[in-house]
Design a protein around this ligand. Structure first.
Ligand code: DX5
Ligand code: ZN
Length: 240
């Protein structure tokens, strides 16, 4: 039997298209997938919950056919909602082909209901934690969560610096996940978002993250394959 640590040793890279060339999104998505992306992180901002405005369900629907590997297998679209309120827009993203929908607990009056709504829509449900937001929102909903997303920057913009307190928070979230997995056997992803780069990804993985959002670190480089390979090489050190 494998040691328990090895169960969580699948690392996934989820490039955030926030830093992609918005004039060529389909091409950009195909390029990062060809370079080895495991998921496409899709940042939705409303100029209300966060001070920026981005893309919605129509763009998600337009990108869906592009989110597949060369062998035709599907690449998940990981929708990160930075909008308030949340519920109205959830079914639209589900219809548009989202696979994971995550939201910030402060943006929903009824967190349990929103998690249920996402799952009823056929998607995996995620809760997102801003740097100053307590993980106590998880206390009574761990059985309804498929993904925990720890923000390592304040949401709204790409290219910010990683906030180190996210490491302790990842470790705490990882403990909560271990307790829940023991109970249910169901997988829960632990994702990190903000300031992730090749030079800090190994420390972030050691803290417990298994899914890594990276926007500017990937799309800010001309060679996506070299950048993703450099990140994977760093992650391979964590496995050793
Ligand atoms: C920030 C977004 C991130 C953003 C990360 O609010 O949620 O997904 O794209 O960008 P980088 O990787 O550049 O910090
Ligand atoms: Zn994000």
């Amino acid at each position: 039997m494998c040691p328990p640590e090895s169960v969580s040793m699948t690392f996934r890279l989820a490039p955030s298209i926030l830093s992609a060339d918005f004039a060529s999104l389909g091409e950009e998505v195909r390029a990062v997938i060809a370079a080895g992306a495991d998921a496409i992180h899709f940042d939705v901002m409303d100029n209300h919950f966060v001070p920026n405005l981005t893309i919605g369900p129509m763009v998600c629907e337009a990108l869906r056919p592009h989110c597949k590997r060369a062998d035709g297998s599907k690449i998940p679209i990981d929708v990160h909602l930075m909008v308030k309120p949340v519920d109205r827009i959830v079914p639209d993203f589900a219809k548009a082909g989202a696979d994971i929908i995550s939201f910030h607990p402060e943006a929903s009056d009824h967190v349990d209901r929103t998690l249920g709504l996402i799952r009823e829509s056929g998607c995996k449900a995620g809760l997102v934690f801003n740097p100053a937001t307590s993980l106590s929102y998880l206390d009574y909903v761990m059985d309804k969560v498929d993904l925990i997303l720890i923000m390592s920057v304040n949401p709204g913009f790409g290219g910010q610096k990683f906030i180190p307190s996210a490491l302790a928070k990842l470790a705490e979230a990882k403990k909560r996940i271990a307790v829940q997995v023991e109970k249910s056997g169901r997988e829960i992803w632990l994702e990190v978002d903000g300031g992730v780069k090749a030079d800090n990804i190994a420390d972030i993985a050691r803290a417990g993250a298994d899914t890594f959002v990276a926007g500017s670190a990937i799309f800010g480089q001309s060679d996506y394959l070299a950048t993703i390979n450099a990140m994977r090489a760093e992650l391979a050190k964590v496995r050793e």
